[in-house]
Structures are given as C-alpha cells and as structure tokens.
Design a protein around this ligand. Structure first.
Ligand SMILES: [Zn+2]
Length: 295
C-alpha cells in the first residue's frame, strides 16, 4: 500500500535552502533531466501477489527492484501467508539481476514510531536481507511512503551491529524511495532528476492502481520522453484482476513490459534503482533532427 508523500523531500530541501530545487520549481522540465535518456525503474512493493511478475521479467530480460518485508518472505511457503513471494522466488529474482531491497521487517508506519523502533524495523530487515544476499542489498522504500522528521536520517545513517559468521557490518542502504511527486500531478516534473538530488528521498510516480490502463502506464514513459527524459519510477503492488485498489492486471503488466523492452530504440531503458544510483545507465541518445521518434 502506498499513499502520496509529496511534501517531505521538498520541505527538507527548502529547509536546506537548496537553490537547485528552487530553480527546479520554476523550470522543472527544463532542468530535471537535461542530457539524459529516459530511464525507467520498475519497483514492486511488499512482495505480495507478485509471483506473476517473475516470468515476464525473465522473458523480457528487464530488471526490476523488489522492496520486500523480509519477515513475510521468511514465513512464506510454510503456512498460509497470503501469497507473499517465497524465499526461492526471491532467490530466482536476485540471481537474475533483480534488485532486492528492504521495506522494514514487517511493513510498519515509520512516522508513528520512536526513533529506536524505526531503527529496529529498518535494521532487522536489512540484517536479514544481508544474511541472504550479502552486500548486494542496496535499496530501501518507506512503507506507506510515511516518514517522520528523523526517518530519512535513520536510513541514511545506517545500522549498528554485524551479520553472519564473519561479523560483517550490517551497513546501510544507499537509497530510499518515497511515492509520488513526479509524473502524475499538474505541478510535478515528468520525471525524477538524474542523478537525483536526494538519494534518500527518491521521487516516483504515484502507485499504479487497478483502473490504470496499458495506455496510462505507457503515458508515464512517453510524457517523460517528451520532456527531456529523466528517471521514471513505476510503483506496483499486487498483480491481479482488480483484487485491490493498489494492483495491476497481469495482462496489462506483461504487455507494458514487452512494450518497454522495445522502447530502447527511442532512448528509453529499464534499470534497477541500484543501477541508477550507481550511475549504470546510458547517457543522452543522439540528437534527432526529426523530432519525436516514431512509435
Ligand atoms: Zn509497502
């Protein structure tokens, strides 16, 4: 589940008198992505009813980022757990290049918790993920897109303690994604900037909901392409036929993935959140004198 959280990063940045943000308010589309391709990140939150994403991701070779609650994954498959991804499914994704990220140990609303409790919810999850995947765990998303005044700094500050038989430090996530603030509202930029101004408060599109058509999903991408590119992060939850407001139809998702794969000829590429943060994405496409590429 996710709700919009448009203000926190803006308030943080304004507090810091960040000139680039104030400029971006005046000319968001001109500044936010100059000189870049359009990069799309496919993010799947919660690990619930998402098994249907695995085959089309493998078929298309498109990488995605899965933000999971490791306690739900750990219990999955043993009892009736509401159809969370199993550890084996998560392994399949991980070993095929997908980005397995954290989302707190059990999907808590961080803004309602003490700093100690927030750190425990974040760090218990990261410790479990590190025990499974070592240092190759990079990305975090705030459950419900909910953050209190200290939440961002807790994530950015990292986790005390060690994991595994060799007592490696748990360390920290390299990014944290919110929900909203790019793509969907009249005053939002069409895409997040590349590189993003605050990796611990990444903008995304609003969560995909059950009534979103294939054309609506495609529009997020083509709108960014038409405004100079940038980083388009899509947020998916359950994959089903209208079982939840926060869901996407399986057929719509599959068709969107195959459409996205073909979009590379337009200078649009799919990368995980980690790949983008690491700078592993193509630069600007060659300038086209013909204007918009053909569909
Ligand atoms: Zn969630």
């Amino acid at each position: 589940m996710a709700k919009s959280s448009r203000l926190p990063r803006a308030s943080l940045v304004i507090k810091g008198l960040c000139l680039s943000f104030l400029l971006a308010l005046n000319a968001p589309q001109a500044l936010q992505a100059a000189g870049h391709a359009t990069i799309v990140s496919l993010t799947f939150d919660d690990g619930l009813m998402q098994s249907a994403a695995i085959a089309p991701l493998l078929d298309t070779g498109l990488p995605a980022t899965f933000y999971v609650n490791s306690d739900a994954i750990r219990r999955s498959g043993r009892i009736n757990n509401g159809d969370f991804l199993t550890k084996r499914e998560l392994d399949t994704l991980f070993y095929n290049g997908d980005d397995i990220g954290g989302h707190t140990i059990d999907h808590v609303d961080l803004a309602t918790l003490s700093e100690v409790a927030q750190r425990k919810a974040i760090c218990d999850d990261l410790k479990q993920l590190r025990q499974w995947y070592g240092n190759a765990v990079y990305s975090f998303a705030y459950p419900f897109a909910s953050t209190g005044p200290a939440t961002r700094d807790i994530v950015a500050g990292g986790c005390p303690g060690t994991y595994g038989p060799f007592h490696k430090p748990i360390g920290r996530y390299e990014s944290a994604r919110s929900v909203g603030a790019s793509g969907d509202c009249p005053t939002c930029p069409a895409a997040e900037a590349l590189p993003p101004p605050d990796p611990y408060f990444l903008y995304s599109n609003e969560s995909v909901i059950a009534t979103d058509s294939l054309a609506a999903l495609q529009h997020h991408v083509t709108a960014a392409e038409a405004h100079g590119g940038g980083w388009v992060t899509m947020v998916f939850h359950k994959i089903c036929d209208g079982c939840d407001l926060y869901s996407v139809n399986e057929d719509t998702l599959v068709r969107f993935l195959f459409w996205l794969k073909r979009r590379a000829v337009h200078g649009t590429y799919v990368r995980t959140i980690h790949q983008v943060i690491a700078g592993d994405y193509p630069g600007a496409p060659p300038h086209s004198r013909e204007g918009r590429p053909r569909d």
